[in-house]
Design a protein around this ligand. Structure first.
Ligand code: KG4
Ligand code: ZN
Length: 314
């Protein structure tokens, strides 16, 4: 065990497409069906026998309780059956720690903009498990805003990747959406969502085909505004803390506009920027494994009395 990732199996859930979003009860049932085959596949890919596993790391939270419960229960049973240590991992810390899978690795302290479907955080990372959220959303997450926008535009779930794809073909300056004036390092995305809703409603009233005719420009303009909201606050945080090692994490860090925007801003500001490989942006097993590895080195284990947490602060 040396921190090398041997496999990174992801069991995708397509069932949610039919409902335009994640249905929590269905998600946990599909987790139940997938967990044993996914673990078996991971062992095959890694060429490791289950009897040679030295510890089990699992996501304790934050997230959907039913889905977390499946992972927690499996991990506890596996650890008990094999007599090996059990390691709890915080999902949002794991997104940040995905930067320690490959080189180059950021140096402490660094700032990480962690943007996912459920969270939007600027994290001051002082050590592997010493992290402070210095800015966060007051309402919707950035990914949620993109997913809701795609729903308004009639695109299938999950919307973030489709907005990204369409935005590459559109004009980001075609439409102007508001940037909220939120004090400090916090964010707000609910006003943007409402502005998009009214913008689409008003234009569709004048031209029923407005969305279809202007899809790429709308996606590019929305993406641009989400990216500027995120990067303006990140710049403010970097200046406030005097930090030049700046990282990106979470599902929305797969977004092309955000990745390019951070690269460009980093060059302007003289930052060392860290952008994860695509496979380590959206939820994945490798980020839980690397977080588990660093806890294993500290001997930071938990007992069988542990349960999942829907909310789990650092
Ligand atoms: O971290 P993640 O996989 O799951 C959560 O912890 O929520 O993040 C999922 C979010 C979704 O909102 C999804 O639309 C967004 O990440 N996302 C993207 C892209 N890929 C995933 N958003 C914009 N552009 C992308 N390419
Ligand atoms: Zn996530």
């Amino acid at each position: 065990m040396d921190g090398t990732i041997l496999s990174n199996v992801i069991a995708n859930q397509t069932i949610h497409e039919a409902y335009g979003g994640v249905v929590p009860e269905l998600a946990s049932r599909v987790h139940q069906q997938n967990i044993v085959p996914a673990v078996q596949q991971a062992l095959v890919n890694a060429k490791v026998d289950k009897n040679d596993i030295g510890a089990v790391a699992f996501t304790r939270g934050p997230g959907l309780l039913g889905s977390l419960l499946v992972g927690v229960s499996f991990a506890k049973a596996f650890a008990l059956g094999k007599g090996i240590p059990l390691i709890e991992v915080n999902h949002m810390q794991a997104h940040v720690l995905a930067h320690f899978i490959d080189d180059p690795k950021p140096a402490f302290p660094f700032l990480c903009l962690t943007v996912s479907g459920g969270h939007t955080q600027i994290v001051l990372v002082k050590d592997y498990f010493d992290m402070e959220v210095v800015g966060q959303t007051n309402d919707d997450a950035a990914g949620e805003a993109l997913d809701k926008t795609s729903k308004i535009l009639g695109l299938p779930y999950p919307g973030g990747p489709l907005i990204d794809k369409n935005a590459r073909l559109g004009n980001p300056d075609a439409y102007q959406f508001p940037e909220p004036q939120i004090p400090g390092l916090d964010f707000s995305f609910s006003g943007l969502k409402t502005a998009i809703l009214y913008f689409v409603r008003d234009n569709v009233a004048k031209n029923a085909n407005f969305v279809q005719e202007n899809m790429n420009d709308i996606c590019a303009s929305v993406e641009k505004r989400v990216v500027t909201i995120l990067l303006n606050k990140l710049k403010k945080a970097a200046l406030q803390y005097g930090i030049k090692d700046i990282a990106l994490a979470g599902g929305v860090s797969a977004n092309t506009g955000l990745r390019n925007g951070l690269k460009k801003l980093g060059e302007e500001m003289g930052w060392n920027t860290f952008i994860p490989k695509f496979e380590y942006c959206t939820d994945n097993a490798a980020m839980i494994a690397i977080a588990g590895y660093y806890k294993f080195l500290k001997g930071d284990f938990v007992g069988q009395d542990i349960g999942p947490l829907a909310q789990m602060p650092f």
